[in-house]
Design a protein around this ligand. Structure first.
Ligand code: AMP
Ligand code: MN
Ligand code: MN
Ligand code: MN
Length: 291
């Protein structure tokens, strides 16, 4: 019974990917294509977690319905941290919510201000580039440094996106410009206010017990343990802290489309996150909503 037959792929446990980007922010594939690739990778569910936007979610949900795949509405926020910037994943973000849209619109407007300043910084460094080129590359998405990096690669200024970050765009480099960052608490309150779940993304070596205790006090529900940037040591340490603090676990590939995986981004489904983690998030939410 239920033994895999010779030549038939053995049944594997259902897996999900809770960290994915599309052209709604700095990903290179449209939401529908992200969903098709997720279905082709045999995933049961995904969360679309674009930076400062849920604009891709409707397209993803519509495409996924025909493929038997579940899409969770997510968003990756940037917040202030003692070391500069921290990323926060919000899950179960309702679409068309006025308060959420107002908040995200402010974040995207600040990204636009920053993109223009980045271009000025590059020009001051002698790089031949215009704001219009970057805006065209972003095509209305939540604009970020990857849009700038792609233009720099296309123009031949640098050979790779990584080089664009190393030479110009990374923290401490000549064209780096800080975002105006909300506090963690502001974002946690926003997400909780609409019934969502808050997870701390890719903390790597920053994930100390004391940091997570402080964040939990301020509304943290979960922590991303499985992420391409996490070493085996990060994974086991963060998992231990999460379990001891009774935090949920999340994980995902942080795929931005294409094949150009680096140390921080891999391909859809690669983190093999069990469906049980999403089930636990559903159960947790149900407990918050019903009395
Ligand atoms: P921003 O949202 O404008 O601060 O840009 C950060 C984004 O840049 C991250 O979400 C990644 O998608 C991307 N990124 C960061 N470092 C690199 C790198 N070295 N190579 C390619 N993409 C990167
Ligand atoms: Mn990104
Ligand atoms: Mn991130
Ligand atoms: Mn991400």
């Amino acid at each position: 019974m239920d033994q895999p037959r010779c030549g038939v792929r053995p049944l594997t446990a259902p897996t999900v990917d809770l960290h994915l980007h599309s052209t709604a922010s700095d990903g290179s594939l449209p939401p529908a294509e992200v969903v098709r690739r997720a279905a082709a990778a045999n995933l049961t569910a995904i969360a679309l977690t674009d930076h400062d936007s849920v604009a891709g979610v409707t397209e993803a949900v519509v495409t996924a319905a025909d493929l038997g795949l579940r899409v969770v509405s997510g968003c990756e926020f940037s917040v202030a941290a003692p070391w500069g910037e921290m990323h926060v994943l919000g899950y179960f973000i309702p679409l068309g919510h006025a308060g959420v849209e107002e908040f995200l619109e402010r974040c995207r407007a600040d990204r636009l201000r920053r993109a223009r300043e980045i271009v000025e910084g590059l020009q001051a460094w002698g790089v031949d580039i215009t704001a219009d080129e970057i805006l065209a590359e972003a095509n209305g998405a939540a604009i970020g440094r990857p849009h700038v990096a792609r233009v720099l690669v296309r123009r031949g200024t640098v050979p790779t996106m990584d080089e664009a970050f190393q030479q110009f765009l990374g923290r401490g480099r000549p064209a780096f410009v800080e975002k105006v960052l909300p506090t963690f608490k502001e974002v946690a309150n926003l997400v909780h206010g609409v019934g969502g779940i808050v997870s701390a993304a890719h903390l790597r070596e920053r994930a100390s017990r004391s940091l997570l205790i402080r964040l939990k006090d301020e509304g943290l529900d979960a922590v991303e343990t499985r992420h391409p940037s996490h070493s085996p040591d990060h994974r086991s340490r963060i998992t231990d802290i999460a379990l001891s603090l009774n935090l949920l676990r999340t994980g995902g590939s942080d795929w931005h489309g294409g094949g150009g995986a680096d140390n921080s981004h891999s391909s859809v489904g690669s983190e093999m996150v069990p469906l049980e983690w999403l089930d636990a998030m559903d159960t947790f939410r149900a407990g918050l909503i019903s009395p």
